[in-house]
Design a protein around this ligand. Structure first.
Ligand SMILES: Cc1cc2nc3c(=O)[nH]c(=O)nc-3n(C[C@H](O)[C@H](O)[C@H](O)COP(=O)(O)O)c2cc1C
Length: 220
């Protein structure tokens, strides 16, 4: 039987520039840590890290072709995906880590985050993130000016009070966070909440990041 249309509900087509926002949550917000050949630590924020294979657990994200994360991953074949919670302090740190710092700058220091050594790879974990996935690269592919990275998880750790005895997440404690959609700026979602996170870092990179977003999005 055909259901009668709900005439009280308006359905709107959205302009292309808002399609990304419409898809939220697309995956988990992440800070990806990597190291270069000299072992210098790099960190960058990513809007959409996705678990794409369950067994073995494999994770994917896409990165710009210009960034240090891409260069490091191609050089050393390793990275760690660190997942923040829906808490203001760590989401503000996500914004700092996402600023365009020079090569060789350790973004974790800029954001006041704490490095924890990893068990299986050289890049560190981040203590202030609730979950950490140590990965080796399975494959990368470049297209549309981006590079997709798929990593195989070699070790994974979590704040111990955020899981039950079977390893299931305690959702109210872990507070997963998704990105609300383009631009890469300040808006995150969890369940039905949205939060605009402040920018606790002061430096020329703040305006550089905002200016590149403003060139396309006037409403950030
Ligand atoms: C919330 C947020 C989400 C972001 N998501 C992505 C993303 O999915 N892909 C990407 O290439 N850059 C993303 N960025 C921008 C990078 O973090 C930024 O370009 C960073 O400077 C790259 O660092 P790197 O050069 O050390 O790799 C995001 C930034 C923020 C603040």
């Amino acid at each position: 039987m055909t259901k009668e249309a709900d005439v009280s509900r308006e359905i709107k087509y959205q302009p292309e520039k808002y399609w990304d926002r419409l898809w939220a949550p697309g995956g988990h917000v992440a800070i990806v840590t990597s190291v270069d050949k000299e072992g210098r630590v790099n960190a960058a924020s990513y809007a959409t890290a996705v678990r794409i294979v369950h067994n073995p657990v494999q994770i994917a994200f896409t990165t710009s072709l210009k960034g240090h994360t891409r260069a490091n991953i191609l050089e050393t074949n390793e990275f760690v995906v660190n997942l923040p919670s829906f808490e203001r302090k760590i989401l503000e740190a996500v914004r700092v880590v996402g600023l365009p710092f020079d090569k060789g700058v350790n973004e974790l220091e800029k954001a006041g985050l704490t490095e924890l050594p990893s068990q299986s790879v050289k890049p560190p974990r981040i203590e202030e993130c609730s979950r950490h996935f140590e990965c080796e690269v399975v494959w990368t592919k470049e297209w549309l000016g981006r590079m997709m990275v798929v990593g195989n998880v070699l070790a994974a750790s979590v704040w111990a009070d955020c899981i039950n005895e079977k390893g299931y997440l305690l959702w109210d404690k872990i507070k997963p966070v998704a990105f609300a959609g383009a631009p890469y700026f300040d808006t995150f979602v969890a369940a039905y909440e949205t939060m605009r996170a402040g920018m606790p870092y002061e430096g020329p990179e703040v305006e550089m990041g905002a200016a590149s977003n403003r060139s396309y999005f006037e409403d950030i």
